[in-house]
Design a protein around this ligand. Structure first.
Ligand code: FMN
Length: 312
């Protein structure tokens, strides 16, 4: 029987980045070799380009032939990209960082070409390739961080010890889940995950969630029948922020939980350092018809948490 392998966005991005580093690296080594073998550039038909180099600093020393440009090309775009490619093949995180940075290096290199040559197809294409490489590097880094985010339920032994307290959470990528478990472990609360019946996972899920967030809609959630909310003295609701407001599944939960929760506090999780998003706490208060005992705002960037702001 065939085993279905979980799709990894990082793997896809790593392979695309590997293509770019090999494409740019091999191209640069080939070009540099041509320049170094015949430094006049005539065998590659490049000798007519030398006059353009004369606007650069130290041209009388460095740009009278293709020796220095060849060495520079070999080092700046060749060896660097091939090193990044080797690291990517070995699946090292440094390969992603280097691959992304060398995309920026290529763009800077092309900026020099923009300065010295008239507008041309080749330079423009390679600037776009550099941009694509840098963006792929960034995407690979984001996906790597997301897919290597650590969470292990067994590290929270106190969860569920206090039958009068409950932590409720919704989480797409696991960031809010970790905060919810930490809170439940700290207070001994039971824990409940709000599950959406809509698509929320992966790239498509992100855009689908964004649609609900943008329209401030409720997102359909699984039935709360098995959850006796009225039996808890205190409920902590942990929610991510979607499009500057309360996330859609928690909005749906609060509407259903209206009149059932006597006392609550909130933890809002988002990725913007300069905002607190206590507007989400106010919305939950109004949906639940209560006045919460407090709210905490936590900034989380791809799994690293900082900046806790409190509102009493
Ligand atoms: C559709 C969508 C919209 C978002 N909008 C915002 C936003 O406006 N401001 C913000 O700081 N974070 C925003 N975020 C980021 C999340 O709030 C943040 O990554 C949170 O940690 C997600 O937690 P989770 O992955 O556990 O659900 C958004 C995330 C999604 C999926």
């Amino acid at each position: 029987m065939k085993r279905s392998k979980k799709h990894s966005r990082y793997e896809t991005a790593r392979r695309i980045l590997l293509f770019w580093t090999l494409f740019v690296g091999i191209g640069a080594v080939a070009g540099a070799t041509g320049m170094l073998v015949d430094t006049t550039g005539s065998s590659m038909g490049m000798d007519a380009m030398l006059p353009y180099f004369q606007v650069l600093p130290f041209a009388s020393v460095l740009y009278q032939d293709f020796l220095f440009p060849g060495i520079a090309l070999l080092i700046v775009n060749g060896i660097t990209n091939l090193t990044a490619a080797a690291l990517l093949i070995k699946k090292k995180k440094a390969g992603i960082v280097c691959g992304g940075i060398f995309g920026i290096t290529l763009m800077l290199w092309i900026c020099i070409q923009f300065y010295i040559f008239p507008f041309n197809f080749m330079s423009t294409s390679f600037f776009i390739f550099g941009l694509a490489q840098a963006l792929t590097g960034y995407a690979a880094w984001v996906f790597y961080t997301q897919e290597h985010f650590h969470f292990d339920e067994s590290e929270y032994p106190n969860v569920g010890r206090n039958t009068k307290k409950l932590v409720v959470y919704f989480s797409r990528m696991g960031y809010v889940r970790k905060i919810a478990y930490e809170e439940a472990n700290r207070t001994g609360s039971a824990i409940y995950e709000i599950k959406s019946t809509e698509l929320t996972a992966g790239t498509l899920g992100f855009w689908w969630c964004g649609r609900f967030g943008m329209h401030r809609w409720d997102m359909p959630i699984e039935s709360l029948e098995c959850l006796d909310l009225a039996s808890y003295d205190h409920v902590t609701i942990c929610t991510p922020i979607w499009v500057f407001a309360l996330c859609a599944p928690v909005r749906a939960f609060c509407r259903k939980a209206s009149g059932l929760i006597r006392q609550a506090d909130y933890i809002v999780v988002h990725h913007t350092r300069c905002f607190s998003y206590f507007n989400a706490a106010e919305e939950m208060d109004s949906l639940l018809g209560i006045s919460s005992t407090g709210a905490r705002s936590i900034c989380c960037k791809f799994g690293s948490y900082d900046k806790v702001k409190n509102r009493v």
